[in-house]
Design a protein around this ligand. Structure first.
Ligand code: ADP
Ligand code: MG
Length: 374
């Protein structure tokens, strides 16, 4: 087992496409690190550089204490599981799992012992004689994982390994991967575009966008203390609501004015917000931190809105709303709520949970610096 260290790693393709920019990431020994970001953010390129399938343009990659920049892939002691599994179609399951060991000249007995052991672990020993085409997606995925772990590598790399599975199976396999990591404790780097996978699997999450790391932190920290608007909007279902508006002061009380509504902000934000008085900013609030209050006339912490859509989800209902300046937003409500489309409502806002961002796609979260938002 080993830690993986990326020191200022960059990758430029054809001297013009910067796929990865100044990546700094330390994955601890036996940690499960998830790198998450939209398509095209450089995730696969990062994994390929760690595996040695792609050279770094600049920077250093260490596995354990060894600088591996010039170490060929086969000597890096890494196993990679891909999205399409890449099983050998002409070999049966046993042969697929055994192949890597055979190439490394393990004895027949040792191969047999190891293949059996991982197959029992993954529940695929009854499939030994089947060819990949006779397997379901979930079974193929397990064989691919089996082939990776049978070598007991120092590091596992996963490139969106669940994206070809249907929803139910994806959830179940995700839980199995987590249990497997718990058992084996092998340092793992897992790449996905799926925020739910990132949240549920990662000891820590590294959020990337356009080849640049936005934030690396625990799932809960990422959710509760997003460093910028991109990270804030990427996690959560439905995602965070954003309201354009201005920071104002009523005496020494900070407020946020959006449309015809003025929201009173916590006093603790006074000092930070003083620098932003009268500036155009963006207020962020998660759907669960808003609540419908049809009869409230409390000023200072309500937004007036009209109901567009009611989406019943069994355990809750998502209510889609538009405020009086046309900003669309969502709140989560009790599924039995009595409310109608087109109805005018007041939405209570938990002002302790408000984030204020600088404008722009990845505008900085300025409310973090007081240290108390959580
Ligand atoms: N071999 C390559 N040659 C040129 N551009 C590439 C190559 N591989 C990836 N890219 C570009 O690098 C960027 C990141 O790609 P990739 O690492 O595949 O992202 P992700 O896995 O996050 O979707 C994209 O803009 C992609 O087009
Ligand atoms: Mg990719």
């Amino acid at each position: 087992m080993a830690r993986v260290l990326l020191e200022n790693v960059s990758k430029v393709f054809d001297k013009q496409v910067t796929a990865v920019s100044d990546f700094r990431l330390e994955v601890a020994d036996s940690e499960f690190m998830v790198i998450v970001g939209p398509s095209g953010s450089g995730k696969t390129t990062i994994l390929r550089m760690i595996a040695g399938l792609e050279k770094v343009t600049s920077g250093n990659i260490y596995i354990g204490d060894t600088l591996v920049n010039d170490v060929p892939p086969r000597n890096r002691d890494i196993a990679m599981v891909f999205q399409n599994y890449a099983l050998y179609p002409h070999m049966n399951v046993y042969e697929n799992i055994a192949f890597g060991l055979k190439m490394r000249k393990f004895s027949k007995e040792e191969i047999n012992r190891r293949v059996k052991k991982v197959s029992v672990l993954l529940g695929i020993e009854h499939l030994f004689t089947r060819k990949p085409k006779a397997l379901s997606g979930g079974q193929r995925q397990r064989v691919a994982v089996g082939r990776a772990i049978v070598r007991s590598p120092k590091v596992f790399l996963f490139d969106e390994p669940l994206s070809n599975l249907d929803t139910g199976l994806r959830g179940a396999t995700r839980a199995e991967l987590k249990a497997l990591h718990h058992k084996l404790q092998i340092t793992s780097i897992y790449v996905t575009h799926d925020q739910t996978e990132a949240m549920t699997l990662g000891d820590r999450i590294c959020v990337t966008y356009n080849g640049i790391i936005q934030q690396t932190a625990s799932p809960i920290e990422i959710y509760e203390r997003p460093i910028n608007k991109f990270v804030a909007g990427f996690f959560g279902t439905p995602s965070m609501n954003f309201f354009a508006g201005r920071v104002k002061f009523q005496g020494d009380i900070p407020c946020f004015v959006t449309g015809n509504d003025t929201i009173t902000l916590p006093r603790r934000l006074r000092t930070i917000l003083a620098d932003y008085s009268d500036k155009e900013m963006v207020m962020g609030i998660r759907p669960e931190d808003l609540s419908l209050c049809q009869f409230s006339n409390q000023a200072g912490n309500v937004i007036s809105a009209t109901v567009d859509i009611i989406e019943p989800l069994g355990s809750r209902a998502d209510i889609y709303l538009t405020n009086n300046t046309g900003i669309k937003f969502i709140t989560k409500a009790d599924p039995h709520i009595e409310i109608n489309v087109h109805e005018e409502v007041k939405v209570h806002i938990d002002s302790e949970r408000i984030h204020i961002f600088e404008p722009g796609e990845a505008g900085k979260n300025i409310t973090l610096s007081d240290g108390t938002l959580n």
